[in-house]
Design a protein around this ligand. Structure first.
Ligand code: HEC
Ligand code: HEC
Ligand code: HEC
Length: 208
């Protein structure tokens, strides 16, 4: 009698453990993770990109764990990436092959075909710190001022600047980040801007 009873207990205990394990597996990850400054990021399990049924998902880092340490932005993926780079929060690797030359071009292009909106400032420096000339020239932009029939409609459809902005760089609803130059106060000539340092293109030291 005694033996039977403890067998039953053991069985119950085993059942209980397996039910608990199933419950833990079923427990859904939160949709969002929040940082202390109220930024939020999708959890990998529920971002509708990763496969939540694949066990490998559990070894991946949640985006918020890395991104919440980086400079605040209220839009896009909630990080100001240029600031993160400038202030040394991140140090992305520049090249795989040692012979690759990292060219940074310090030249703004001011575009004035913007109707009543402020003109557009395209900064080469902030782009070539991440990107190679060939990422844009010449399949997205011919490297000549005014050689590209850019319109806002085309950008919104994902062409020109819209290849990246709204996809991997800040979103297109942030009009003022591109349309940032007021006609009333701009004294120079539109197009490529002179560079004060006199050294528009320089070979940057590769970051290991
Ligand atoms: C990623 C940069 C970027 C953002 C963000 C952006 N624009 Fe533009 N926009 C451009 C460029 C580039 C042009 C073309 C300028 C040129 O060719 O001289 C342009 C042109 C325009 C024009 C001129 C007419 C036309 O159809 O081309 C209007 C109006 C305009 N944008 C409105 C907006 C509004 C409103 C927003 C925000 C909802 C916005 N833009 C956000 C880059 C941007
Ligand atoms: C993110 C895209 C992008 C990258 C990367 C880029 N450019 Fe450009 N570049 C542009 C745009 C946009 C223009 C202006 C085109 C226009 O006005 O229609 C331009 C214009 C130019 C011009 C014409 C200037 C003039 O006076 O007519 C030159 C030269 C140029 N780029 C060289 C480079 C070099 C060299 C690199 C790499 C070190 C580079 N660009 C990287 C987008 C880019
Ligand atoms: C090949 C990809 C690519 C294209 C094309 C591109 N950008 Fe960008 N841009 C980026 C990335 C990446 C950043 C840095 C991340 C961010 O700020 O979201 C950036 C940042 C910027 C910034 C912010 C610089 C700062 O100081 O914070 C401006 C302004 C800008 N882009 C304007 C433009 C305009 C205008 C065009 C089109 C004429 C354009 N970009 C085309 C990728 C691109």
């Amino acid at each position: 009698m005694r033996i039977k009873f403890s067998c039953l207990l053991l069985l119950l205990f085993a059942l209980d453990v397996s039910i608990n394990v199933q419950a833990a597996e079923k427990k859904e990850a939160p949709k969002f993770y929040f940082s202390n400054d109220k930024r939020k990021w999708n959890s990998l399990q529920r971002d509708e990109i990763h496969d939540p049924t694949c066990e490998a998902i559990n070894v991946l880092q949640q985006p918020y764990e890395a991104l919440s340490e980086l400079p605040y932005d209220y839009t896009g993926n909630n990080v100001q990436w240029v600031k993160a780079l400038r202030e040394g929060f991140i140090e992305p690797r520049t090249n795989i092959w040692p012979e690759t030359k990292i060219k940074v071009l310090d030249m703004d292009v001011i575009m004035d075909n913007t109707s009543t909106l402020p003109m557009v400032r395209f900064p080469h420096k902030e782009h070539t710190e991440w990107l190679d000339c060939e990422n844009c020239h010449n399949h997205l932009f011919i490297a000549k001022v005014d050689a590209n029939p850019i319109t806002m409609y085309a950008v919104l459809k994902g062409e020109y600047c819209g290849r990246c902005h709204g996809a991997v760089a800040f979103p297109l609803r942030e009009c003022g980040r591109c349309h940032s130059v007021l006609r009333a106060t701009f004294k120079g000539k539109v197009g490529a801007q002179p560079v004060i340092s006199g050294n528009p293109e320089f070979i940057a030291k590769p970051r290991p």
